[in-house]
Design a protein around this ligand. Structure first.
Ligand code: NAI
Length: 507
């Protein structure tokens, strides 16, 4: 056996993930043994892999020689015993604790004591998997993402007893396979499946309270830089799969309300509206189906003069947007005056205020500030020209002021979309909760801030990591926003992470 440089890799389970893992290990030069209890499955997976490699050759992405060499390194085996000299075993069998434990016991008896036993599980505790083994320290999570050859991220997951050297070795191997590895401590959802929960949960909560439509919410989040809005993404993943991941994280956290699944999604699952794969989810799919149009905003006339207020607490993203906005208004012929030392952020015109959301509803703020003509705009993290931005108006705001607020956002090059007067609007509350979840993961030692940023960018293609968003915002603005959501909804979902709370005080 050769464990030091290029160990023989045993992949158990020749399904969608196992086949992908076998491919990347073989392409990285390892001899790979592929085993599956289903008769003929390993050989069939190798045949299919041959076809995928042919496609890569046809596209000019792989040389014929490299493809043949990689394929020749993969050997389907009919019995586990044939792979006794493997230095690394990666299991990608059915997601079932008992099945995986039984397999690990077999592997422990079969492989050399220094061989590493890795699991590609996405939801089972690595600590629990290792329980019952003579040497639990050799068990580690090696969590790939689908499709394995394309997705860069590997979460290297350590359970309570995983030896640091074992995790480090798997980290190095994943890196040598062309992946970006990130260390994680075994906790429900590891890094990506945990931190991503609010991306879906906030939109599902907004839909449940009928704040807006799936098409508008998606457009707002695409405006924040996401490639796909939460609704189209849940449709792509499949509501059954997405719901079951949420449910598993919720249950693994003893029913913590922060992770509570949504009735909106439960209904879709019960009704068979699973998304793309069933032809209908939030959106309809199939031939002749067009993408839903967004409602045309009702734009009023631009005011002739405005006053720009900036308390200085908006952070760099707001400062950059504010600058662009003032320039755009000036170009549009509006006289812009800047108010130094203001207590709020936004534009004041003809007695009305269009302010940055701070987590209060417009109506609450209008009442507290005794200012009826009030509208709020969402956090402009990117606010690229042409992108959608949510705004909301206080109950007492006149239609004229609402139209004027929309016109001022349009002057900044944005597509304004009015949503119901909901706290934290769309982007601000979603990103605040993503930051909060990432902060809690770091607080609990699950990963580092850099690890969280990398994992979210590579595991789910986020345009930026949660801590990168935080750097473009303001820690006190984030904690205040979440506290106000908590005050509005009164539950356990909007609970500020101690990590953020401490930094808010220290600022
Ligand atoms: P799959 O159903 O495509 O493949 C599983 C394969 O394992 C099947 O071919 C099955 O015959 C085989 N198998 C079942 N029990 C076995 C045993 N005791 N010994 C040997 N072979 C056995 O499943 P998929 O999607 O490839 O998932 C495999 C693992 O990877 C699961 O733990 C899953 O949670 C995890 N995972 C899946 C991801 C995905 O997007 N599908 C992403 C990341 C992790």
């Amino acid at each position: 056996m050769n464990t030091s440089t290029s160990p023989t890799v045993l992949v158990i389970g020749a399904g969608i993930m196992g086949a992908g893992i076998a491919q990347v290990a073989a392409q990285a030069g390892h001899a790979v043994m592929l085993f599956d209890t289903r008769e003929g499955a390993a050989a069939a997976a190798k045949d299919k892999l041959g076809q995928s490699l042919q496609a890569l050759i046809a596209k000019g992405r792989l040389s014929e020689q490299a493809a043949h060499a990689a394929l020749a390194r993969i050997q389907p085996v009919g019995r586990l015993e044939e792979a006794a000299d493997a230095g690394l075993a990666v299991e990608a069998i059915v997601e079932n604790l008992e099945a995986k434990r039984t397999l690990l016991r077999q592997l422990e008896a079969l492989l050399a004591p220094e061989a590493i036993l890795a699991s590609n599980t996405s939801s089972i505790s690595i600590t629990a998997l290792a329980n019952g083994l003579k040497a639990p320290g050799r068990v580690v999570g090696m969590h790939f993402f689908n499709p394995v050859p394309l997705m860069k991220l590997v979460e290297v997951v350590s359970g309570l007893q995983t030896e640091a050297a074992v995790a480090e070795r798997v980290f190095q191997l994943a890196t040598a396979w062309g992946k970006t590895a990130v260390h994680a401590r075994s906790t429900p959802g590891f890094i990506v499946n945990r931190i991503a929960r609010p991306y879906y949960a906030e939109t599902l909560a907004l839909l449940q309270e009928r704040a807006s439509s799936p098409a508008v919410l998606d457009a707002c989040l695409r405006g924040a830089g996401f490639r796909m809005g939460p609704c189209e993404l849940m449709d792509l993943i499949g509501h059954d799969t997405n719901f079951s991941v949420t449910e598993s994280v919720y249950q693994a956290n003893f029913g913590d309300k922060r992770y509570q699944p949504s009735l909106v999604q439960r209904d879709m699952v019960d009704g068979g509206l699973l998304g793309r794969k069933s032809g209908r989810g939030f959106f309809a799919y199939g031939e002749g189906v067009s993408t839903p149009e967004l409602p045309a905003p009702r734009l009023g006339a631009l005011p002739t003069r405005v006053r720009w207020h900036d308390s200085g607490d908006g952070g760099p993203a707001l400062a950059a947007f504010g600058q662009r906005w003032r320039e755009a208004l000036t170009t549009a012929g509006v006289a812009v005056e800047t108010v130094a030392g203001s207590t709020w952020i936004g534009v004041e015109a003809e007695g009305g205020r269009l302010a940055l959301t701070d987590g209060r509803t417009a109506s609450q703020r209008a009442a507290e500030e005794a200012h009826a003509e009030l509208a709020l705009f969402d956090w402009p993290v990117v606010a690229a020209p042409g992108s959608t931005m949510a705004f909301a108006a206080a109950a007492g705001a006149s239609p004229a002021w609402q139209g004027q607020a929309a016109a001022m956002l349009a002057a900044a090059g944005l597509q304004p979309q009015q949503v119901e007067d909901t706290p934290g609007l769309v982007v601000a509350r979603t990103l605040a909760m993503l930051i909060n979840e990432a902060a809690d993961a770091v607080q609990q030692g699950v990963c580092t801030p850099e690890g969280a940023d990398l994992a979210m960018k590579l595991g789910v293609n986020y345009p930026a990591g949660p801590f990168e968003w935080l750097a473009r915002w303001d820690v006190r603005a984030v904690t205040a926003l979440i506290d106000r959501l908590d005050g509005f909804y009164r539950g356990e979902r909007y609970r500020v992470s101690p990590w953020l709370r401490r930094r808010g005080w220290a600022r």
